[in-house]
Design a protein around this ligand. Structure first.
Ligand SMILES: [Fe+2]
Length: 333
């Protein structure tokens, strides 16, 4: 992503092997409830696919279908978000980039909107805008979108048109709320005015647009792209924090951090003791000190199921998180 300086956490040697060869530990992680069922993810993927096809062939997109799936997504997330054990690492779908990116951004945006105590109608508008935020990219050539190198000035100028293209696509046919359209049109605006297409600043950028922008950046950074490997959530979060005041207000970044945590639920971390564990609870009063289920002891040996213990790092100050650990093996990458 242009303008984002990337620093990666190290991978732990032989870690994936150890975990993947231990079915009990894999099961332990897979048993953590997920935010979205596979059925609804697949349904959403299908709808986004159809909508993009329609837009690509110049048809008016079927907004009734979009509203239906958006409502399902909102209802499902409302019903599940209070479970403190939800695996936030697993919200992400790994399908064709454009489709899965839309759904990941939409899911995260709904989650943040719920925590921001948005009304039900606003949640629906946010979700719809977030789901279709990049719909205008269907007007940009695939060659530019998938270019595995830095874009030329002209190519970047072309990319910068996708918010307007998207806005125009939503203008046709059945009515869509103004704020959903604004999300599509303004999701690349930035706090200091350095964004596009209008160069809006500060609170001229609506709150629901900012939520979508943050989740968009987060998902782009944590996804493999033709020009770089995906980052761990912890590293993506560090990059977002480093763009406070330039890309996002301090208030927006703080809130995002509070909802997502530096170490999301279901992610794996290494402690100063050498132990490796799974984040099972985020402590809102101490975001860098979550509660962890220890899976590998300090010698790198797997902890037997009968001896597995949960440690609240906000109470046990002798231990702290050193870094995140890749969980590729669970994502099936
Ligand atoms: Fe975009």
């Amino acid at each position: 992503m242009p303008g984002y300086f990337v620093v990666e956490s190290p991978k732990i040697e032989n870690f994936d092997d150890k975990i993947s060869k231990n079915p009990q530990i894999k099961k332990l992680i897979q048993d953590i409830p997920v935010l979205l069922s596979n059925e609804i993810k697949e349904e959403a993927l299908k709808v986004v696919h159809t909508v993009l096809q329609e837009a690509r062939t110049g048809k008016i997109i079927d907004k009734t279908k979009i509203k239906e799936i958006v409502n399902k997504l909102v209802e499902e997330i409302i019903s599940k978000h209070q479970n403190s054990l939800i695996n936030l690492m697993d919200i992400r779908t790994h399908d064709k980039y454009t489709f899965s990116h839309s759904i990941n951004v939409c899911t995260l945006a709904i989650l943040i909107g719920i925590k921001e105590k948005l009304k039900r109608k606003e949640l629906g508008d946010l979700a719809l805008g977030a789901l279709l935020h990049d719909v205008g990219k269907i007007m940009i050539s695939q060659q530019i979108l998938e270019k595995p190198a830095r874009l030329s000035m002209d190519e970047f100028e072309e990319i910068k048109k996708h918010p307007l293209y998207g806005y125009n696509i939503l203008m046709e046919g059945e009515e869509i709320s103004e704020i959903s359209k604004m999300i599509v049109y303004n999701h690349h605006e930035r706090y200091d005015g350095g964004g596009y297409p209008q160069g809006l600043t500060g609170d001229k950028i609506p709150q629901l647009v900012v939520i979508t922008s943050l989740t968009d950046v987060y998902d782009v950074l944590t996804t493999d792209r033709p020009y770089r490997k995906s980052l761990l959530p912890h590293d993506a979060m560090r990059i977002i924090i480093s763009h406070t005041y330039s890309n996002f207000s301090e208030e927006a970044v703080r809130f995002f951090l509070k909802v997502m945590s530096i170490y999301p639920l279901g992610s794996l971390v290494k402690l100063n003791t050498g132990e490796i564990g799974l984040i099972i609870k985020v402590n809102e009063h101490a975001l860098v000190r979550p509660t962890i289920r220890i899976l590998l002891d300090s010698q790198g040996e797997i902890v037997s199921p009968s001896r597995i213990q949960d440690i609240d790092l906000s109470a046990d100050i002798s231990r702290f998180v050193v870094n995140s650990v890749s969980d590729d093996v669970f994502a099936g990458k």
